[in-house]
Design a protein around this ligand. Sequence first.
Ligand SMILES: C[S@@+](CC[C@H](N)C(=O)[O-])C[C@H]1O[C@@H](n2cnc3c(N)ncnc32)[C@H](O)[C@@H]1O
Length: 302
Amino acid sequence: MASSMFLAQRRWFHSLPRNLSNARFFSALPSQHPVSVSGPQNNVGPKSNKFEKASSAPSSLKEPELAKFSAIADTWWDSEGPFKPLHKMNPTRLAFLRSTLCRHFRKDPLSARPFEGLRFIDVGCGGGILSEPLTRMGATVTGIDAIEKNIKIARLHANLDPTTSTIEYCCTTAEKLVEEQRKFDAVIALEVIEHVADAAEFCKSLSALTAHEGATVVSTINRSMRSYATAIVAAEYLLQWLPKGTHQWSSFLTPEELTMILKRAGVDVKEMAGFVYNPLTGRWSLSDDISVNFIAYGTKEK
Ligand SMILES: C[S@@+](CC[C@H](N)C(=O)[O-])C[C@H]1O[C@@H](n2cnc3c(N)ncnc32)[C@H](O)[C@@H]1O
């Protein structure tokens, strides 16, 4: 079953129209560099709501989604709590970011601080579990989240270490920063797009925040039969890794859909990888299997 889904995904990927299928699989690339993470780590139509401040831009906010995250905001840095899967996935996500972004910005992936001199934004940063290691890797990081409580927790945690205390945390949205004409070398939104009001509008904001010749990275969950079985039934109901109702299967995007809406927003997807979980080791790794969790790296087209 798993292998036939995988083959179906690959067949699908290679049957994409030419302009959508120029992305490579991560494993087809020269090298995957190990990541060192240090420190205490251990869909359609905007709605107005109470989390929103006045703005002329279409809002990415989806109130029921934000309420779910607000309820568990205190647990961001509990590596055994509801965000355990993100903590566990972090080294693998960082390996992908290190490899793709070092190649993109012509930086040495073996350097301790390869992202020195680059401005990154972590959109939907939560408690900062990705912003902090990116800062330790040398990036000048801005972390934004729609929930004030997340930002407070992120700031408190970052202030525990002088290196991460430099992170600019702000309770805002991507669309508001677009209005302020902010630009970043890399725009990263991991596990956020499945929680926003309008995925296509959100991608337009991510693209607008990406500087000329910059990079955009998005991760999410595929809307596949396997993701229903694993990311919802197993993760929320059987294993209870996540609170029940964390994910709406209908809000997931297929890799093809994500590629297309990014393309329409001006971002050309160059590379994709899947994240697969090994229940025997309890570890995640990068894979060509994009049938459940996947990540896409793209470049801003001229
Ligand atoms: C699953 S968490 C992912 C956190 C972080 N990106 C990571 O992967 O570690 C989703 C986060 O996105 C935030 N979020 C949801 N909708 C948002 C929006 N429209 N703008 C900014 N943040 C949003 C939530 O508050 C939550 O912190």
